[in-house]
Write a protein that binds this ligand. Structure first.
Ligand SMILES: Cc1cc2nc3c(=O)[nH]c(=O)nc-3n(C[C@H](O)[C@H](O)[C@H](O)COP(=O)(O)OP(=O)(O)OC[C@H]3O[C@@H](n4cnc5c(N)ncnc54)[C@H](O)[C@@H]3O)c2cc1C
Ligand code: FES
Length: 320
């Protein structure tokens, strides 16, 4: 058992509890989003001990040196005295300019930022509604209208996604954070083949990356996108992707369905198995993986075993 001191109060941790869980269980007001080390909403500073290295993954060197850490992925090894950073996340204003259903449970949401934006398609921002903060990947390339597009999967009891489905309307304001994440197209090596594998709304960043590669950078190498879902209803962007395939000879789209009894015109089975079976030597490839965390983790390992270098594997796990 260890003790966490925050704003002059000390709390005991329970077995395997993260620092964030300890603080929230004791009714402390700590901002958080993904609870998985991705969004950095919960950033804190250790005022005494050096925090465990694993809780500093993804932070800048300068932040690591100042003992900043992510309490949602920090299991305290020693007693810690912690504080919220002085500089809170900057939030930017935007207005909803489009909201439409892409399928029975995926919504296309478009925002127009009040100011110019710097981002790479495929990165993610945090969206905020009151206390609820969630990460969403950017599915478009930067444009002069300062627009951001998202594919949002509506969960039956999801706090943020239900707000988007039930309450958010065109014309309403919505706050977002700066763009983060390394899962985006990287210029150079235009001949390199690209393998993109995604499940569900993991397609959102992959679609952004595709548009960036094909339309902004005129990528010359072959690009293969495998999109997986249980059944046909999850292939919510099929028409747009077929259209992109018609316009670019080097782009190939393979929709994959994992449930029994689906239309045989689609590849049958798990999306990662189908893709890795088709391309068994990934030595020269750049690989992008987005969506369900188990799929992302497993495919990262398998892609590495099939020859892809770790520097050439870009991954975003949609932990929720
Ligand atoms: C880097 C990153 C990028 C992301 N990008 C996207 C994106 O582009 N699009 C997108 O849709 N999401 C994305 N996510 C996930 C997103 O941030 C939210 O976690 C998700 O939308 C759920 O938020 P919520 O508030 O609606 O649900 P919450 O209130 O947070 O509830 C989530 C919980 O709902 C439960 N749940 C209830 N019903 C279901 C169900 N049918 N299936 C699964 N779980 C269920 C689960 O227990 C889950 O823990 C991303 C996450 C990360 C970390
Ligand atoms: S809540 Fe800790 S990083 Fe997202």
């Amino acid at each position: 058992m260890t003790r966490i001191t925050f704003e002059n109060q000390t709390f005991e941790t329970q077995t395997d509890e993260t620092v964030l869980q300890t603080l929230l269980r004791n009714n402390q007001q700590i901002p958080y989003g993904c609870k998985a080390g991705a969004c950095q909403c919960c950033l804190m500073q250790s005022l005494d001990n050096v925090p465990p290295l694993a809780s500093q993954i993804g932070l800048k060197d300068s932040q690591q040196k100042q003992n900043y850490f992510l309490p949602c992925i920090c299991t305290a090894e020693n007693d810690m005295n912690v504080a919220l950073p002085n500089t809170q996340t900057a939030w930017f204003e935007s207005e909803v300019i489009e909201k439409k259903a892409l399928s029975s449970n995926v919504i296309l949401l478009k925002l127009k930022s009040a100011q110019p934006l710097a981002f790479f398609a495929g990165q993610f921002v945090n969206l905020r509604h009151g206390e609820v903060i969630r990460s969403y990947s950017i599915a478009n390339i930067p444009n002069s209208n300062h627009e951001l597009a998202f594919h949002i999967r509506v969960l039956p009891n999801g706090k943020f996604s239900r707000f988007v489905a039930d309450e958010l309307q065109v014309g309403m304001p919505l706050e977002f954070s700066h763009a983060q994440g390394n899962c985006h197209y990287v210029e150079g090596k235009s001949e390199q083949p690209l393998l993109l594998i995604g499940t569900g709304t993991g397609l959102a960043p992959l679609y952004g990356i595709l548009c960036d590669a094909l339309e902004n950078h005129k990528h010359q190498g072959e690009i293969h996108l495998f999109h997986g879902s249980r059944d046909e209803s999850g292939l919510y962007f099929e028409n747009e992707l077929r259209e992109l395939e018609n316009r670019h000879a080097n782009f190939h789209y393979t929709p994959c369905l994992s449930a029994e009894g689906n239309d045989e015109k689609y590849a049958q089975g798990r999306v990662n198995q189908i893709a890795l079976q088709q391309f068994q030597n990934l030595e020269k490839w750049r690989v992008y993986l987005c969506g369900q965390p188990e799929m992302v983790l497993q495919t990262k390992r398998l892609a590495y075993l099939q020859g892809a270098s770790l520097q050439q594997i870009y991954a975003d796990a949609f932990s929720s």
